[in-house]
Design a protein around this ligand. Sequence first.
Ligand code: GLN
Length: 536
Amino acid sequence: MTTKYLFFTGGVVSSVGKGVTAAALGLTLKERGFKVAVQKLDPYINVDPGTMSPYQHGEVYVLDDGAETDLDLGHYERFIDIRLSRVSNFTSGQVYAETISKERRGDYLGGTIQVIPHITNEIKRRIGLVAKETGAEVVLVEIGGTVGDIESQPFLEALRQLRNEVGRENVFFIHVTWLPYIGATGELKTKPTQHSVAVLRSIGISPNMIIARSDYAITQDLTDKIALFCDVEKQAVIPMVTSDVLYEVPLLVEKAGVPDYVIEKLNLKSTRTPDMKPWQRLVDNVRKPKPTIKIALVGKYVELQDAYMSVREALKHAALANEVEVEIGWVHSADLEKDKGWDIVQSADGILVPGGFGSRGIEGKIMAARYAREKKIPYLGLCLGMQTMTIEFARNVLNLEDANSSEFDRGSEHPVIDLMLEQRGITDMGGTMRLGLYPCVLQKGTKAAAAYGVTQVDERHRHRFEFNNNYMEMFEKGGMVFSGMSPDGKLVEIAEIKDHPYMVASQFHPEFLSRPMRPHPLFVGLMKTAKERSGK
Ligand code: GLN
């Protein structure tokens, strides 16, 4: 079987939905019976986004195998409903690290190591790994950033080489661009698209398709003009106007004829008629007027909502399942410490405290947990949100006044959250946390077990600290239930407050496994109790 490659490049500006478009096309191809796989290439030098600030990069998306990856992988998993692995994301940092360590080992036998061919070979090898590992017949590869970026040059050169190596008939280039709108004249402009295609062609790549993104309606004379100037067939210039519903993109891609055009050009035969009806129903449901449920999201990177991409999507999935609209109130936890932002928390039907690192805003998160516990507001804590829930409980219910996590206070007399034993000697920051999928056994009769409806689950982790078991008995006597534990009974995975409608928190990150058609049970539980409480 020959692998077919779909390469996605970006033109004009980034952040116009290249990843979503790739994910949507992936879904329409899977619907046609093809085994698809996806890969994102990130030209930055970091080895992975795990050590980057969420302000710089947005969310770090974690896979089953513990890979810390770009948030676009979240789009791929949510749209295509597949489970990806480490090979699905790599960076310049990884490519160089690998090449340099080979050079140090003497693998190159005295040769001069250069971008071409050594770096480009390593890029091609890693692209090849996806089909090898997954057996996919169609591999969608998205190149981060926009053409013209200095750091993406070796990647584009590698794709150009690959085209000849695997055969032109097996490769299809899709260039995703942006048409700026000029208010003064009320028109969309194609010139930046023409320029970005010119740059692409100067490195030897002619796109087979151009997807032109815009916030405004795109007329046919514009797409015809793009076709003429960019040397692409008219029907391969696809206008893609921004949708108010993210999950409509697969329907738009389907309707625009993108998958049909691609499979014809790649000489593929579909084995199934795509059934997009579930997606149509989903989109119809999103658009249906529904009562609004307010969830206060008390985080520390709230200025950049991309930092909570999967949390936001998981809330939307859970809202749909409960036939409500979710309105997220973004609250900066540090504001709560200064008596600001409380109006949002007080008017909310539910409170969510997501993951995070470092001490800034911790006291605000603890205050939010106290408010939720005392006022019996539905609460969901994710990772750090579980840790702050237990710290609050220790301080205000168990009267352990200086209780804290040793992440924030090394001198605390009551480190109820502490470093795992295996973490003690670690000095390297990258890729050394407890990462990826771990099993969790649910205790019968608890809210968590009721939400899941099963006895054991596997969830994705990303943390260094854990609940300190020395305090377990004390907590249980005080009214906390450890409803999810690792199978050996050593690690607390889910904690909940007994005397409360729904105060549940997990050490893992449930948001990574929520899907539009399969909302995550813990989020559904939050939304359900928040809805009940609001009386809507
Ligand atoms: N900082 C905490 C830890 O390392 C929580 C991490 C998180 O929320 N992802 O354990």
